[in-house]
Design a protein around this ligand. Structure first.
Ligand code: BGC
Length: 706
């Protein structure tokens, strides 16, 4: 359908709608909270959307909506955020944070495509994904949902997954709506405390946090979700500056905005901008929210707001227009139910994609030569080596909507223990597992038993991390040290003298200073999805050459947070604490391979604004390097970050092979945001840095002038 046809049909339908039908379109119904009877009443009334309802229950709702006076179909939304994970049989991918370790937008596109097919096959239209918040204060409970700390990398990975979800044509049977969330700066809340105020300025917002959302609009993202929090005292729900001026007028967003869960009511009960529900509805509608998630009282309150002259009917019309435009683009009126590809949920092709993403996400951070393993007797220790819930992390059928820790884990999946047993046997290894302890202290913890087993083996693989009760919404952590008895476990294994490989299965970077010092090798898996355990095993045995690079920095200590790489230059102590070694334990962009890469001949062509570098595989096996490009603006009218990622490319090199890699830029790629919020590129001298990670010692540099 052309844009003109969409616009004409939207206006014609809008013209027929009563005020009540319009306001009902603006309401999104939480099926799992209010149940079938109430949901059917809302469908008959013309509610615009429902969330978290699948299968026949969804079909019944849709039929009821189609039988209503105007028969406007509803959109069904779900949190399919690393695969269609709320469905027991779906393909479960690594978390967004783990995906970001791949630095591969083609893989994030694949994740989006597979997820879209599976969601569509369940008849649904919309996923509340991707999360484009930045994970800079890792105390925050939702770091696993982000693509890490960097705006550029998040923008590129976000663009990939959005294109995968939405495909070339939203109306085809395999495409679903994406939702860029949580707009904006939700991850920057004070102290990493979920949904608190973010103490940032609008200048900072434009400089750091807007880029991934802008890219989402360029990628055609159909919907946005308003964040819970506030910026410098203004809740995003109430911010027409964020929702209208920036999002629509400046960035040109033409889809619809849905609030996060109960944001409207939160203006009354938490944030205290409203003294009654009508106030809350007036603020929410006037600020530019089009669809109101789960606040059912919005309906009466907004009707009263219009009748009392506090909400102009134009505001309601705009909101409904935005929603209807998306419904027409989606082809909803022609095909109210998406058909997807029957039989595709959890099919071989999709499982293969989950393996590919998991393989690319495993990140090797330390290796004194013990890896790859050479066979022999191997002890596998730690609860997270064999805990599929910890491996999956948040937003799966274990956690939503049932929140049932006893829900049966559905095969196929491979834990690290299982992966090592299967792959180890092909290398002639004997694997012995001992739980030792988990992230939460438990009476069944038995450190001595684990040490006894480590002592009689050639190598001990010790898996540490966190579990679902330690992260997610409302589960921020003040202390990111290894929890429970995990440090004690590592010390006990170390004391046996058996070489030790430490593996992290967690939602976020934890403080691994001591673990790093004690281990001979360290591998980060984060939440690797169905085949995360198999991928770790393959990396440990060298069946695959690791290519993961960190999308986020690892702190040495919780008190050091935040420790992101793209900070401003300090003055007195350059950001050092007098009681802690400076800098992160592992920096943004770091990650080892079983081969090594050398960089040479960095050049800059001023006419074409192109940098070229030679990358050589110096080792004995083929491998994939991620060539990273950073820049620094040497003298500017405001502080500028010490370095900013501005480009990267993945390059596969046979051993001994060299390739020239080029990157072209535009002047705007080196812009800054001035105190008056204007984005400009100032002339002057810049430094371009190209290499293996954000660490100075890994980068060649060259200066250029604009
Ligand atoms: C979360 C959103 C999610 C929504 C619907 C909220 O609590 O913040 O990310 O999409 O619930 O489940």
């Amino acid at each position: 359908m052309t844009d003109k046809e969409v616009a004409e049909r939207t206006e014609a339908l809008l013209h027929q709608m009563t005020l009540e039908e319009k306001v009902a379109q603006m309401v999104q119904i939480p099926y799992s909270h209010i149940g079938r009877e109430e949901s059917l009443k809302w469908a008959a009334r013309g509610a615009g959307s429902f969330l978290h309802v699948l299968g026949d229950e969804a079909r019944e709702i849709q039929q009821t909506a189609l039988n209503s006076r105007l028969g406007i179909p509803v959109i069904f939304g779900i949190d399919a955020i690393h695969g269609h994970c709320l469905n027991d049989h779906a393909t479960i991918f690594p978390s967004q944070l783990a995906q970001a370790c791949s630095w591969n937008p083609e893989l994030s596109r694949k994740v989006g495509r597979v997820t879209a097919r599976e969601v569509a096959t369940d008849g649904l239209h919309w996923t509340f994904s991707p999360v484009l918040c930045l994970g800079r204060d890792t105390r925050w409970g939702r770091i696993d949902e982000t693509f890490g700390e960097d705006p550029y990398l998040s923008a590129i990975m976000g663009e990939g997954i959005i294109k995968g979800y939405q495909g070339d044509d939203l109306s085809d049977n395999e495409s679903i709506l994406a939702c860029a969330k949580h707009y904006i700066a939700y991850g920057e809340s004070t102290g990493g405390r979920d949904a608190y105020d973010s103490e940032i300025t609008w200048r900072k917002l434009r400089e750091v946090f807007l880029a991934p959302f802008k890219k989402a609009i360029e990628a055609g993202c159909a919907t946005f979700m308003t964040a819970y929090g506030s910026i410098d005292g203004t809740p995003l729900t109430a911010s027409s500056k964020a929702l209208k001026e920036i999002l629509r007028d400046e960035c040109g967003f033409d889809g619809f905005v849905v609030t996060d869960w109960d944001n409207c009511n939160s203006l009354l009960i938490n944030q205290h901008l409203a003294s009654n529900m009508e106030d809350a509805a007036v603020i929410t509608a006037n600020a530019g929210n089009d669809m109101i998630m789960s606040t059912l009282t919005f309906y009466e309150a907004a009707l009263n707001g219009v009748k009392n002259g506090r909400i102009d009917i134009k505001v309601i019309d705009d909101a409904v227009r935005h929603i209807l435009i998306v419904k027409f683009r989606l082809g909803l009126f022609e095909h109210p139910e998406k058909k997807g590809i029957p039989g595709c949920i959890g099919c071989e092709e999709h499982l293969t994609a989950a393996k590919e993403v998991a393989n690319a996400s495993v990140t090797l951070l330390k290796n004194n030569g013990i890896l790859p393993l050479k066979g022999g007797k191997i002890a596998v220790i730690g609860a997270n080596a064999d805990d599929i819930r910890a491996q999956y992390g948040d937003w799966t059928y274990f956690t939503h909507p049932r929140n049932n820790p006893n829900h049966i884990a559905v095969r196929p999946y491979v834990t690290i223990r299982e992966g090592l047993e299967a792959i180890g046997s092909t290398y002639g290894s004997q694997i012995t597992y001992c739980r030792g302890c988990g992230p939460i202290a438990d009476p069944s913890d038995d450190i001595q038993a684990a040490a006894n087993i480590a002592a009689v083996n050639d190598v001990a693989i010790v898996v540490v991390g966190d579990v679902i009760s330690q992260h997610g919404e409302k589960k921020d952590r003040a202390n990111l040290s290894l929890s429970g008895r995990q440090s004690e476990l590592l010390r006990a294994i170390k004391a046996t003298g058996t070489p030790m490989v430490c593996v992290l299965v967690s939602s976020k970077p934890l403080c691994l200073d001591e673990a790093d010092a004690m281990s001979d090798a360290l591998v980060v898996a984060f939440n690797g999805g169905m085949f995360g355990g198999e991928s770790v095993a393959k990396v440990l045995f060298g069946a695959i050459n690791p290519e993961g690079r960190l999308p986020i920095s690892f702190p040495r200590h919780s008190g050091q947070l935040p420790v992101y790489y793209n900070h401003y230059s300090g003055w007195h102590s350059s950001g050092k604490y007098c009681d802690l070694q400076s800098g992160p334990l592992y920096a943004f962009g770091e990650g080892l391979s079983y081969t090594s890469f050398a960089y040479s001949n960095l050049t800059w062509n001023a006419d074409s604004m192109t940098a070229t570098v030679t990358v050589t595989n110096k080792g004995t096996q083929a491998g994939t390097e991620t060539v990273q490009v950073y820049y620094h603006d040497l003298i500017a009218s405001i502080l500028t970050p010490v370095k900013n990622l501005c480009a990267f490319k993945k390059v596969y090199l046979e051993n001994g092979e060299s390739k020239q890699i080029s990157f072209s830029f535009k002047k705007e790629d080196f812009s800054i945001v001035l105190p008056n919020e204007e984005r400009v590129t100032e002339s002057g001298e810049f430094v371009l840095m190209v290499g293996h990670s954000s660490r100075d010692q890994d980068l060649l540099s060259i200066s250029f002038t604009l």
